[in-house]
Design a binder for this molecule. Sequence first.
Ligand code: FES
Length: 509
Amino acid sequence: MKEIKNMGKLESFWIENTEKTNYPVLEEGLSVDVAILGAGIAGITSALFLKEAGLSVALIEAGKVIKDVTANTTAKVTAAHNVIYSNLESHFGKDGSRIYAEANQAAIDKIESLIKERNIDCDFKRLQCYVYSENANDIDKLKKEAKSAADAGLEASYTESSPLPFDIAGAVRYENQAEFHPRKYLLNLIKSIPGEGSYIFENTRAHEVKEGDINEISTDKGPIKAKNVIIATHFPIYDPSHLFAKMYPSMSYALGLYINEPFPEGMYISTEPTFTYRSTPSDKGELIIASGANHKVGHEPDTIAFYKKLENHARDHFNVKSIDYHWSTQDNITMDKVPYIGKAESKSKGVYVATGFMKWGMTNGTVAAMILSDLILGKNNPWSSFFDPSRSKPVLESTKEFIGTNVSVAKELLSGRISRPKSMKPSELQNGEGKILNVDGKKVAAYKDKDGKVYAVSSVCVHLGCQVNWNNAEKTWDCPCHGSRYRHDGKVIHPPALRNLKEYNDLEK
Ligand code: FES
């Protein structure tokens, strides 16, 4: 049985060294000005801005606040989103590229100003970010990117040197970027939300939104009425515009490791394949956060191999002393590489969505909060039409991506239906093994834990019916179509699915 060895705890460093939260569960119906679904950076920052503007808010989280994607990021607070400005310029023109740069750079400034105002101790630091390649074939691409980024208004320039302890072919160097500890930052912001008619509820899962002059949100604990609703649940739990068909979820892996020499000051991200490095203070000294080895969620049968790939990259480039943490996360990649932030559909009156942050959620999530709070407060926002989910772009390239994404979903649906898994009982699995099995003609997602306890659930994702796949590193069932994820026992942990996989209890007879 394959296992992860010598990679420390399976937990994000950001979660491990910060306090746990204990907000109440919603117990009865409630009415507020704004209901915000999802307590990551976009939801929390929106809730703060709206409460400070005098509205009552209810922040609803299906699990615990700041535990999902936001707590599993590398937390680079930057507008240097790998190679993006040359692409934005060709899709949206120089104006589009400028708006994206301006919004994301403004998000860094907004985060910094909140940290200063509130005196938050969250290891925030301004520093340079390098988008680099070790491959000489990428030089022209990086030169073009440096020019597009500078034309978009960022302090960006092409260079062939960097502080990294290995040779690079070229890089775009961005000045004035930043890094921080995302949970230390958000645990401070979130404290200002409850009180004076505003609330935070944990372990309260929103199921549906019924639009009207006053919107009604049904949850597993009780109803909420609100004039405005923000859906910030990563994959939208209410999606009248079918955004799920216009993005795909991509998984990334992270390691928290120590090296035998000082880490070169800065943040670094390679072009293709993408690997990224930054450092952060820890009790044991400077911890390096390495990330990369991306793939589409649910598409790889051996996810342990991706941790290994990341480890190999880190060991090839740094003198690694120990690996103390490993974790993974996923984010949604949109067709035209721009997040969807705005009305859930063009005719929605007070329902808004924020998704598709392209793995740059620290700034894009803050941009979402700035845009959505302005829209709800009736203020003009100079970026809102560019990020609007119903924007008339994409152009040709994005259309190709759209078709590719949906052909891949159709293939997954079909292959799940025609696949012929091995005929065996779940109890015949090895300890620690998870597999789709054929049990008396029924397709079963079965797992036997290390102590021999068997879990058997339906293999059919409750979102739209694709077949889930086993993730051997995290011990989860992952859906290859739109990235729903379930625990080994079938309990849903990640939308768009909102319900658990059906349990099978009588398969051994
Ligand atoms: Fe859409 Fe599973 S997430 S079918």
